[in-house]
Design a protein around this ligand. Structure first.
Ligand code: AP5
Ligand code: MG
Length: 214
């Protein structure tokens, strides 16, 4: 099963993609997580990506596309994958379609997690992410058992650099301009599904599994 998670920053793509990956035993491929791991390890890619991410801008397609195309060819992705945060522009979507059609394949679902902008800023300021394993929490909606500490691995939880309110607003503007057109792109392909992302996360996941089937 090959799935794309669409949605504004903070819509809950990562939260849902992790659960989908677990339930259907497919890898969760998040370009944001890949860039953040590179930033943490101070790689060349990380240094370049950080310049854009800290401003709420998209990392250029030429730094993003090859990375994903290589990742989906790995062994664990043979039975499918869930893409989170990619594609984010029409050229990225076209690059993905081209790479898949070259091997006689295509995407199965593009799931849009729909959350209005008003809800987003509040969600982002409450998000905390684990520095080690990447697990995410929300100080009100999904709090960790112990404040500031990851339930899964015991490491420290931090506010992401790009979750400051002024950067979040920029990310939302970039989303509407460059990423939202993908909703129509996948609607035309007949694989777009929408879920109401303002519901609690269990209900959002139930709606997604209804779409994907048991
Ligand atoms: P990326 O890491 O992909 O960030 P994003 O799209 O801005 O999305 P987020 O990760 O912020 O949100 P999410 O939808 O995953 O929400 P989450 O589940 O965490 O990208 C970061 C940056 O990297 C980009 O700005 C760009 O610079 C660069 N980049 C990445 N991919 C790129 C690409 N393809 N091309 C170019 N550049 C790229 O949930 C948010 C919060 O809400 C959490 O606290 C969570 O606990 C909470 N929450 C989740 N669901 C619910 C719910 N149902 N109810 C209440 N709270 C909830
Ligand atoms: Mg995410």
């Amino acid at each position: 099963m090959k799935i794309i998670m669409l949605g504004a920053p903070g819509a809950g793509k990562g939260t849902q993609a992790k659960q989908i990956a677990e339930k259907y035993t497919i890898p969760h491929i998040s370009t944001g997580d890949i860039f953040r791991a590179n930033i943490k390890n101070n790689t060349e890619l990380g240094k370049k990506a950080k310049e854009y991410m800290d401003q709420g801008l998209l990392v250029p397609d030429e730094l993003t596309c090859d990375l994903v195309m290589d990742r989906i060819k790995e062994d664990d992705a043979k039975n499918g994958f869930v893409l989170d945060g990619f594609p984010r522009t029409i050229p990225q979507a076209e690059a993905l379609d081209k790479a898949l059609s070259a091997i006689g394949e295509s995407m199965d679902y593009a799931i849009d997690v729909d959350v209005p902008d008003e809800n987003i800023v509040n969600r982002m300021s409450g998000r905390r992410a684990c520095v080690e394993c990447g697990a995410t929490y929300h100080i009100v909606a999904i709090p960790p058992k112990q404040e500031g500490i990851c339930d899964k691995c015991g490491s420290k939880l931090i506010l992401r650099d790009d979750d400051k309110p002024e950067t979040v607003q920029k990310r939302l503007d970039v989303y509407h301009e460059q990423t939202q057109p993908l909703i129509d792109y996948y609607k035309k392909q007949g694989i777009l599904k929408s879920v109401d992302g303002t519901q609690d996360m269990e209900k959002v996941f139930a709606d997604i599994t209804d779409i994907l089937g048991a």
